[in-house]
Design a protein around this ligand. Structure first.
Ligand code: AMP
Length: 409
């Protein structure tokens, strides 16, 4: 399938696609949508940035339009992802009023959600814990459920949602269609799909662990004590928005405070912040009020902000696959992006594991470490790391144009 009009989608959906300026289906959409429209269960292996959200939202909207009694449920791991899926659904249903939806996520009070459910909804986007609360209180029933989506299923399991998912299953009718989307397919996803899906068709775009090709990756060798200074240098030399990953909530706060001290416009995202704070952090970063967002892995999962120009791994992720998820925040939908990772001497083994993981998949242009802990090859030619290491010129912020000055103490 090369064009959306090759699909038997209903007219208001084409209008919505036009207004969203989606001209051609992405590869995951081209593969998954026809199968979903046929009513097949699907296991789709696709990371964020591939257009996976529309790949499941389009068939859902089409089904709900064709069958006014039916319902759909999309289960997601995080509140941020739930909010983003809801935005895509709003865009897609712009010309199809009458499909009432509800966003059922934790961290918000139950009462308004219950009131909404009482008025009747057909499209539910939910995180597993809160959905289970509603099902157990009988504020929602899914007798009319026709399509279930498990989005970012691997992350739902990583976050410990397996018990809730197991409890939700008996509330769902057996005859439904189920679409499972996951960036990776470890054994526990296969077990989950065996319970939830019937005779699924598999769809994969690219290699599971291969980052989007347009991402220019590099490393900067530094020390634990030198990271803050390295970070300030990197920020001064880079253009555009920056998403910084730190390992813990406390480190996220500390990095953000440090950058604020240097006059950077920065906001933070982690699980200890209130829902209101998290929403305004994402909104502020999205609309450009903040150039920099510092986040933990879980909080940043699934953030879809098309303009993220740079991802900085202030701390390396512990799991190589998370490296792929992180750098996938940039270079979205075909844009160019840069990812730089800070590697300390203590990180050598971790970086080697990430390099091996990427190397096995033939991932492009990542710096590999040799036994002395130095980048042995493949530093991206035009990357800052390359310039830093091989140009021989010192990178003093004061020698650069437009640098923010450092505080005197
Ligand atoms: P996702 O992988 O669902 O997070 O989508 C990544 C980005 O791709 C989002 O910003 C979407 O708006 C965009 N996108 C999805 N499908 C298309 C399409 N067919 N054409 C252009 N952009 C798209």
């Amino acid at each position: 399938m090369q064009q959306f009009n090759e699909l038997k989608l209903q007219q208001p959906i084409f209008k919505a696609l036009q207004s969203m300026q989606f001209e051609k289906p992405t590869p995951i959409q081209a593969q998954a949508i026809p199968l979903a429209l046929e009513g097949k269960d699907i296991i789709a292996c696709a990371q964020t940035g591939t257009g996976k959200t529309a790949a499941f939202c389009l068939p859902i909207v089409d089904r709900l339009l064709a069958h006014p009694q039916k319902m759909a449920l999309i289960l997601v791991p995080t509140r941020e992802l739930a909010a983003q899926v809801t935005e895509v659904l709003k865009d897609l249903t712009r010309f199809t009023p009458g499909i009432k939806g509800a966003l059922l996520i934790g961290g918000m009070s139950m009462r308004p959600q219950m009131d909404k459910l009482k008025r009747g909804v057909r499209l539910v986007v939910a995180t597993p814990g809160r959905l289970l609360d509603h099902l157990e209180r009988r504020t929602l029933d899914f007798k009319a459920l026709d399509i279930l989506v498990l989005d970012e299923a691997d992350r739902m399991l990583d976050m410990g949602f397996a018990p809730q998912l197991n409890k939700i299953l008996p509330y769902l009718p057996k005859g439904r269609q189920t679409l499972l989307f996951s960036a990776t397919l470890p054994a526990n996803i296969e077990q989950l799909s065996a319970r939830y899906l019937t005779d699924p068709v598999r769809v994969t775009v690219g290699s599971v662990s291969r980052p989007v090709e347009k991402i220019q990756q590099s490393i900067v060798e530094t020390t634990a004590a030198g990271k803050n200074e390295t970070l300030v240098d990197e920020l001064l030399a880079r253009k555009g928005s920056v998403l910084i990953f730190a390992r813990t909530k406390a480190r996220t706060d500390r990095v953000a405070q440090h950058l604020q001290k240097y006059g950077h416009s920065v906001t933070r995202l982690h699980g200890d912040r209130t829902q209101g704070q998290r929403n305004s952090a994402v909104a502020g970063f999205r609309d450009g009020r903040f150039r920099i967002l510092v986040a933990t892995d879980i909080a940043a999962r699934g953030i879809d902000i098309s303009h993220i120009a740079n991802v900085i791994n202030y701390d390396l992720p512990h799991v190589p696959e998370d490296y792929v998820h992180r750098i996938g925040r940039t270079a979205r939908a075909g844009a160019e992006g840069q990812a730089v990772s800070f590697v300390t001497p203590e990180d050598k083994a971790l970086w080697r594991a990430i390099s091996n993981f990427l190397g096995k998949t033939g991932a492009p242009s990542v710096a590999f470490m040799n036994d002395k802990g130095r980048p042995a090859k493949k530093i991206e030619k035009n990357s800052r790391s390359f310039r830093k290491k091989f140009s021989g010129k010192p990178r003093r912020p004061s020698q650069r144009k437009g640098f923010a000055s450092r505080p005197s103490n």
